[in-house]
Design a protein around this ligand. Structure first.
Ligand SMILES: NS(=O)(=O)c1ccc(Cc2ccc([N+](=O)[O-])cc2)cc1
Ligand SMILES: [Zn+2]
Length: 259
């Protein structure tokens, strides 16, 4: 059901501890539910976000990001598959031009219209996000699927701010937001070792993909599609289909926190 580009020939640097593009643990992947392995030793994921650590929303020309003050352990996740606690740095979304696709990960080859990524970094072992990005256990990203359904009131405060960041490199202050309102209530998740899905594509991400999607309505998805890849003054290019193609699973197992 899933086709992806042929893998490149093996590269002499392959044995390097952190293979980059063309590597062995690239993301996103298709999660074949029946091939995932229940791991009874996986702990519940503990999430504690401080809404006042929210800083701003900006359009970086690839998605829109909500960034957080990560100068202290105020918005963190711990438990789940993680050995340490990780600090929230930002969250962003990936979406399609139409509702038939848009997510980066798929479940049994099913695309969702959008996917939320909450990006955290291992501040216990590394001094900065930029350094953590280069380490195998540097990042933890929670993925949440968005499906078409009821209007999401928590998301609406974000949607209302999007016209102010329509163009690439525009930013607005956004000083109180609790991203836990964007998480489904069901605790179940899959987890696997992967990579960033945009450059630098480094293989530094422990992915935690929530089994249950959240519901958003058509107007909210359409609001994402009013954003632009282009800057002020450039020819307008609608920000849609900002997701990476599926990557080969290779020698990886996806574990589930649920039977
Ligand atoms: N889509 S995703 O894999 O969750 C993802 C998460 C974070 C980022 C942001 C980013 C990650 C790394 C760098 N860097 O090292 O220059 C710059 C930006 C990019 C992509
Ligand atoms: Zn992402």
């Amino acid at each position: 059901c899933c086709s992806y580009r042929l893998r490149d020939a093996l590269h002499p640097l392959w044995q390097s501890p952190l293979t980059i593009p063309g590597g062995t643990r690239q993301s996103p992947i298709n999660i074949q539910w029946r091939d995932s392995v229940y791991d009874p030793f996986l702990k519940p994921l503990k999430i504690s976000y401080d809404p006042t650590t929210c800083l701003h929303i900006w359009n970086n020309g690839y998605s829109f990001l909500v960034e957080f003050d990560d100068s202290a352990d105020r918005s963190i996740i711990v438990g789940g598959p993680l050995e340490n606690q990780y600090r929230l740095k930002q969250f962003h979304f990936h979406w399609g031009a139409v509702n038939d696709w848009g997510s980066e990960h798929t479940v049994d080859c099913k695309f969702y219209p959008a996917e939320l990524h909450l990006v955290h970094w291992n501040a216990v072992e590394y001094p900065s996000f930029e350094e953590a990005v280069m380490e195998g256990n540097g990042l933890a990203v929670i993925g949440v699927f968005l499906k078409l359904g009821a209007r999401h009131e928590g998301l609406q405060t974000l949607v209302d701010a999007l016209p102010a960041v329509r163009h690439k490199d525009t930013v607005i202050e956004f000083d109180v937001f609790d991203p836990s309102c964007l998480l489904p209530s069901c605790p179940d998740y899959w987890t696997y070792a992967g990579s960033l899905t945009t450059p630098p594509l480094t293989e530094s991400v422990t992915w935690i993909i929530k089994k249950r999607p959240i519901e958003v309505d058509e107007d909210q998805l359409e609001a994402f599609r009013t954003l632009l890849f282009s800057s002020h003054g450039e020819e307008e290019r609608r920000m849609v289909d900002n997701f990476r193609p599926l990557q080969p699973l290779m020698d990886r197992t996806v574990r589930s926190s649920f039977r």
